[in-house]
Design a protein around this ligand. Structure first.
Ligand code: FES
Length: 218
């Protein structure tokens, strides 16, 4: 990375991970940085305590955008990349949709390519697609069989139920769904270990079940 006099980081959820050592290095080099950090809620913002501690060192500024609040309004990334100091380096890491919005915003602001950086972060845990279990959608009064090869989200959508979604790989938290009964087989990178053990919610884009039947609040 560049020890530029100013850096702008844009992170979505677990996409914050590669930026921590970079912000630490910038603090050591007494270089200024700004972090735009998107998460559904403070509880769903990984490493938030560490980020806040780094921002308190005097060189960083944290702009936390909680997407689960205020109706989840769409943030204007193009505006965030407008009027930056001349030598600012910009970095983005998050779900694919965020990365492509970022690259379009950088291009439309004519930012020089050597100052635009994308960090890819993937969930290396495979999605649960063994299928062969029953999902009850309590609110909708539907009962589904999830077939082998399909995720729960795919089965739910095939039944005509819309669920908020974005990354489809357990990174963003959009598809978080309350579990009423059953034992989820968590495959996401959003929930903490404690949340996973509680089994109260799950990311249905990638997680499956350890029980033969799941009842979801859908
Ligand atoms: S759609 Fe992103 S975690 Fe499920």
């Amino acid at each position: 990375m560049e020890l530029a006099s100013h850096s702008l980081f844009i992170a979505g959820g677990i996409g914050i991970t590669p930026f921590l050592p970079m912000m630490t290095a910038l603090n050591s080099g007494r270089c200024r940085w700004t972090l735009l950090y998107f998460a559904k809620s403070r509880e769903r913002a990984p490493l938030l305590d560490e980020v806040e501690a780094l921002a308190l060192c005097g060189f960083g500024e944290l702009n936390l955008q909680l997407t689960g609040q205020n109706g989840g309004h769409r943030f204007n990334l193009k505006a965030a990349l407008t009027g930056l100091p001349e030598d600012t380096h910009v970095y983005c890491c998050g779900p694919n949709g965020m990365l492509s919005d970022f690259l379009s915003a950088a291009a439309s602001n004519d930012l020089p390519p050597d100052r635009v950086h994308v960090e890819y972060f993937a969930n290396e845990i495979e999605a649960a697609t063994d299928g062969g279990f029953t999902v009850i959608l309590q609110k909708s009064g539907k009962e589904l069989i999830v077939d082998p090869g399909a995720t729960i989200l795919e089965a739910v959508e095939a039944a005509g139920i819309a669920v908020p979604q974005s990354c489809l790989e357990g990174l963003c938290g959009s598809c978080e769904t309350r579990v009423i009964e059953g034992i989820p087989d968590h495959r996401d990178m959003v929930l903490s270990e404690r949340d996973k053990q509680s089994g109260r919610t799950m990311m249905i884009c990638c997680s499956g079940t350890k029980s033969s039947r799941l009842v979801l609040d859908l």
